[in-house]
Design a protein around this ligand. Sequence first.
Ligand code: CAA
Length: 248
Amino acid sequence: MGQSGRTALVTGGNRGLGAAIARALSDAGHAVIVTCTPANSQSVAWVGPQDYEGGPFAVYGVDVADDQSTEALARQLHADGHHVDILVTNAGITRDASLREMDQSTWDAVLRTDLHSMFNMTRPFLEPMLERNWGRIINISSINGSKGQFGQTNYCAAKAGVHGFTKALALEVARNGITVNTVSPGYLETEMVMALREDVRKRIVQDIPVGRLGRAAEIAALVAFIAGDAAAFMTGSNVAMNGGQHMS
Ligand code: CAA
């Protein structure tokens, strides 16, 4: 248990933005559980380097696109004596293609992982937060959920949906000490963005007024603030951090 007495769960916390968020929440004094896909959880080699100041994060496997898997995770965490006070739904994928080139399975994969996961992950963890009358739910969307992006009809639809989910749930639990917010990062120096074709990535950076990609740690610091007591009056918000790209 960290000094705050609270436990945070970060989906997709094994790499990229999720790993930075896990670190920032740990630095803020929370115990941290990270989840990754069941196949990845078998190889937890990456936990080694994270083993600093406060010990390793607990790692669990879950398929956020599958409600049976998320319910099994909630049961397992309960059996292992954990309770989740801070839920960060960060796991997500891209499968970029123009709509004319996109097949049904590509559409479904992104909607299931990036949007259906909001329902799957939140529902099993909400009741215990209501019982304790305290909770923080932070849903990671994207600048592209509001701006749109060529080649991302699936991802933009899912990420726009994330904020609709946030607002509706924020209203439902506002009187119960639980805040629900969306964080919408711009393009970051993560594997997901570095996988873009170089010419495409260069064009995107040209559209970012500060002239660079964001750092995962910059978004993570924002998430840590929202997870704390100081942010109790913030709910249903969509907080953007994108180097000014939303104005381009
Ligand atoms: N606006 C207008 N036209 C565009 C365009 C744009 N942004 N991007 C491409 N086009 C046009 C091209 O000019 C080209 O036109 P012509 O055939 O007339 O020359 C045509 O569309 C095809 O473009 P590509 O050569 O790029 O086509 P492709 O099939 O090789 O690739 C693609 C298509 C995969 C969608 C590619 O364009 C791409 O990767 N785009 C970027 C998508 C993107 O930004 N993804 C973000 C991933 S990271 C992330 O999502 C994290 C986050 O939250 C920010």
